[in-house]
Design a protein around this ligand. Structure first.
Ligand SMILES: [Zn+2]
Length: 307
């Protein structure tokens, strides 16, 4: 089999796991693998990606496949260095160049939320919509924009970087307790809306150190403090998405990442965001990612067109 068979290989380089997949010309999965991400070690991370590419190519008995990589952060279009990644050992490193030389071919690289948005826009929850805003909420927070099936990268390569703009319509108490973000700014959406942010907010209210999913479970069981933390989080998501609607007014908003499983998002956020959207009525659909955790890696593979 040759590399012109329409097979493409995608890698989703996450903070805890590296996912890999090979899809065929019809976008069906031929092979998939997952390994742990080496923590805080750039060279080991590059080596793990290279090993994963080789293992996936052995699975399908083809070499030289087109490779797409989804990463946190983005590649600076001028320097070629990765920046803005919450896996901070990647920042300031020429990740694309190093992977290209290790793998021995050109590859395409994009932000992980961009990959999710692309996957969902092409044949997921955003299929059939002209403009899609894709969100990842998990350990970090990010966003991506797809217009007419094409990823919007932007003049500076940061289109859709939703996680590092400040919480809008901040209350006085939120201004006083604005968390410092690892990026150096205060009150970034990532510091309010990520899983660790929900944990930190719960502790600020006097709660125990619980994961986001534990907080949601306790809220659903009727625990008052957990309920207050969840309600505040949903209200902040609503404000943050109202800002996106006011700026971009996408035809659909799709949420991926670990926190996308919180079902209250889809019932509660649309009740709140109308207060902040500059329109009499808000019709924007808000949907979970149809391809779930696989959406990022599918989008990475689809940075290359099929046959
Ligand atoms: Zn930030």
């Amino acid at each position: 089999m040759s590399a012109t068979s329409g097979l493409r290989l995608g890698i989703d380089l996450g903070g805890t796991k590296i996912e890999g997949t090979v899809i065929d010309a019809a976008d069906q999965v031929c092979s998939q693998r997952r390994v742990d991400t080496p923590q805080g070690d750039y060279d080991a991370t590059v080596a793990a990606v290279v090993d994963l590419v080789q293992a996936l190519e052995q699975d399908v008995a083809v070499t030289g496949l087109p490779v797409g990589i989804g990463t946190p952060g983005s590649v600076d279009p001028r320097s070629g260095l990765l920046r803005n990644a919450n896996s901070q050992c990647l920042n300031g490193r020429p990740l694309a160049v190093d992977l290209q030389s290790a793998i021995g071919r050109e590859l395409r690289i994009a932000n992980d939320a961009d990959c999710l948005a692309l996957s969902e826009a092409l044949d997921g929850a955003g299929a059939g919509y002209a403009s899609v805003f894709g969100v990842i909420m998990g350990t970090g927070v990010g966003g991506g924009v797809v217009i007419d099936g094409r990823l919007l990268t932007g003049c500076n390569g940061v289109a859709g970087e939703w996680g590092h703009i400040p919480l809008p319509w901040a209350r006085a108490a939120e201004v006083r307790s604005a968390p410092r973000c690892w990026c150096g700014m205060d009150s970034c959406l990532e510091t309010w809306l990520s899983g660790p942010a929900m944990t930190a907010d719960h502790m600020r209210r006097g709660g125990h150190e619980l994961s986001a999913h534990e907080i949601v479970e306790r809220a659903e069981a009727g625990e008052r403090l957990a309920g207050a933390t969840l309600k505040a989080w949903l209200e902040r998501v609503a404000r943050a998405l109202a800002m996106v609607i006011n700026l971009l007014d996408p035809d659909v908003i799709v949420i991926g990442g670990g926190l996308s499983q919180i079902r209250w998002l889809y019932s509660e956020v649309p009740k709140v965001w109308a207060q902040h959207v500059f329109a009499d009525q808000v019709d924007t659909p808000l949907c979970p990612a149809q391809h779930g955790a696989a959406s990022g890696v599918r989008g990475a593979a689809r940075l290359w067109p099929g046959a």
